[in-house]
Design a protein around this ligand. Structure first.
Ligand code: XIL
Length: 367
């Protein structure tokens, strides 16, 4: 049983909407004084009724902003560290240092999540970015590197055992053409001999040993549609399932532009999810955002439509258990810093006002 989403919490579709309306009408009918208006369901309430977790990436240094904490703690049922559980931040110093790890940020996020009845998704154990200098410039042999990574996975997963229910074990290991990405872990110098997905298999086995209860995910971008990258991930997943490598699911980042709102692309995404679902995998949409070039009413409406389409895809696919956005307010989105001239990618604006994208997600989750 999935302890984070027990089956007894299954509530019939439309329950919240109906209950919300009934509560409103009965208050109005019975009360002589003006009643407090019933509040609309949150994303989280609507998603609960669809057996989907609605998540967001977050950063501990923003938790002191009252509006940030209030939206995060009320609208979402899952939290993921945007950066603070990545190798460079959580393990900034080598074992020779008296204090190699820094769990402060991750621990603060876990405490916040626990205080707000949210589950925590871990991100990420093996990635080519945000690796500390001591690893990058250490001139380690494959055996040394392998020991470092195994120790890292073991320490971080043990620290968060029973607090983090699922991990992006490996992030972005393929190129767009489906070949293996050349990284420090794969072949520069690499952690195990072998030209293919052997190193990924090895780290999934280490992760399973470290925390046998955690759900283990492979996560990537631009693999939403059926294409060479998603074909390569699919081939790996099929092989892993066949041979009993402990892979529980696949994460689809879904950092998209308005171009993604194309019936052929959306249909391809649905078919792609379906083929992964048939392997018995759990599917998570992990980093959704829709970057725009301007915040005109027209662009915000188009953004909302696409948020609605992607939400619908997840809701309609029984294996899709998580719909997660990469942050929630345009005030703290990674997009302007990474895509020049772009932004306005999230469901709340810079002043924490709900955008049309929010209403579109809520509508699809409430159907
Ligand atoms: C990004 C963060 O949002 C930024 O704050 C950071 O500077 C770089 O990384 N794919 C991933 C995420 O898996 O970890 C990345 O997060 C965005 C792309």
């Amino acid at each position: 049983m999935n302890v984070f989403f027990p089956r007894h919490r299954i509530i019939p579709r439309g329950f919240f909407i109906t209950a919300w309306c009934l509560a409103g009408f009965s208050i109005l009918a019975a009360s002589p004084v003006p009643p407090a208006l019933p509040t609309a369901p949150t994303l989280r309430q609507a998603a609960d009724a669809r057996h989907v977790l609605v998540g967001t990436a977050a950063a501990s240094h923003f938790l002191s902003e009252p509006e940030y904490a209030s939206v995060l703690g009320s609208e979402f049922s899952q939290l993921q560290a945007e950066n603070e559980m990545k190798f460079g931040l959580i393990h900034p110093r080598p074992a020779s240092d008296p204090n190699p790890y820094n769990f402060n940020g991750g621990d603060a996020l876990v405490a916040f999540a626990q205080g707000h009845n949210m589950v925590v998704r871990g991100h990420t154990l093996v990635w080519h970015n945000q690796i500390p200098d001591w690893v990058k410039s250490g001139n380690f042999s494959p055996q040394q590197l392998s020991d470092i990574l195994k120790g890292h996975i073991h320490t971080v997963m043990t620290h968060y055992a029973s607090k983090v229910y699922a991990w992006d074990v490996v992030n972005e290991a393929f190129e767009d053409d489906g070949s293996m990405r050349h990284t420090i872990w794969f072949d520069q110098p690499g952690i195990v001999a072998g030209k293919g997905t052997e190193y990924i298999e090895e780290v999934f086995r280490w992760a399973h040993e470290a925390d046998p209860k955690a759900k283990l995910f492979y996560n990537d971008y631009d693999a939403e549609e059926i294409n060479r990258k998603s074909d390569a991930i699919y081939a790996m997943a099929k092989d892993f399932k066949k041979r009993g490598v402990p892979l529980d699911g696949v994460g689809f980042q879904a950092h998209v532009t308005l171009k993604f709102d194309d019936p052929a692309k959306l249909e391809s995404f649905a078919k792609n999810l379906e083929r992964f679902a048939k392997l018995g995998l759990e599917l998570h949409i992990t980093e959704l955002d829709v970057r725009l070039t301007d915040p005109s009413a027209e662009s915000l409406a188009a953004e909302a439509k696409l948020y609605g389409e992607i939400t619908k895809l997840c809701v309609q696919q029984p294996a899709c258990k998580v719909l997660q956005t990469w942050g929630f307010t345009d005030k703290h989105s990674w997009i302007p810093g990474w895509y020049k001239g772009m932004g306005w990618a999230l469901p709340w604006d810079e002043k924490y006002q709900k955008k049309p994208a929010y209403e579109a997600m809520l509508k699809e989750l409430s159907k």
